[in-house]
Design a protein around this ligand. Sequence first.
Ligand code: TF8
Length: 338
Amino acid sequence: FRKLLLATGIAAALLAPVAAATSASAQEVKTRIIRFGYGLSESSNQGRAVKYFAEELSKRSGGKFKMKGFGDASLGNDIQMQNALIGGAQEMMVGSTATLVGIVKDFGVYDLPFLFNNEKEADAVLDGPFGEKLLKSLNHKGLVGLVYWENGFRNLTNSKRPITKLEDMGGIKLRVMQNPVYIDMFNRFGANAVPLAFSELFTALETGTVDGQENPVTTIQSSKFYEVQKYLTISRHVYSPWIVLASKRWYDGLSADEKKILHEAAIASREFERKDSREASAQSVAYLTEKGMQINELSPAELDRMREMVKPAFDKYASDGGAEVLKEIQAAIDAVRK
Ligand code: TF8
């Protein structure tokens, strides 16, 4: 037995460098520890998808890819994590595309109000050439964009009053993501937009530093905003994507086989996450009602007024250097719509 061990050991030692040098198709998969950071809780749709992704990576790598999720922004908020990835101090993360605008400004195009009408349009544009091109634009900034997950259509909550018409937003201190398109949009609506990291949001709502916020119903549920917010207005004003990112420094050290595993598992995680988020989203309104939130939908007429009012946001975005990317995304959306 010992001889056999020795023999196979020698054989492996002799073969390994040869295989490494000559065969690109042989599985070259090493043990990899992957720290994957995210901002929501472990029990959120984000947390569930991270867990699924970790399992897929493990399965597809024969247990060699050991991905550990760090939720609740325990590795930092979106912006801090992006920087950790760029520097190579952290391998992976998921976060909002909206917080990437400091790195690639074009990501702000997704934040324009009422851009997508439904999830089908969003999926087609994000997974198609347009979304792919934006992912690629991260490469020379030290990041690798793998796939988009669904955060979802965003809705308004606040502790002051039900919002049934535009004017009701007047003077509400509303937390928004750290992103100029959001600040511009909500100031146009008459609110008082306060940019803040998500990790500080619950406390800000609890202490009254801000009166309200906007997020998909799934997040309003998983982050327990119903404990500190009375009114929920279904406005679906922006479709918000999440983006799964890897550190380019780390990614560049992976073999072709390892990259393949990573990309395939990422795509599987995207399919899981969107399905799961959509199912959860359908349950959330009932849950939030049960938790005591007062919920209303905006009438089509009121939504039209909002659309009208934020039209100049598109012009502003275009004149601030976004003209080209705006034209491209509108063409991509038109292609899905017809
Ligand atoms: C927000 C976003 C967040 C995400 C999450 C922390 O309001 O919608 O849910 O960035 O990854 O900040």
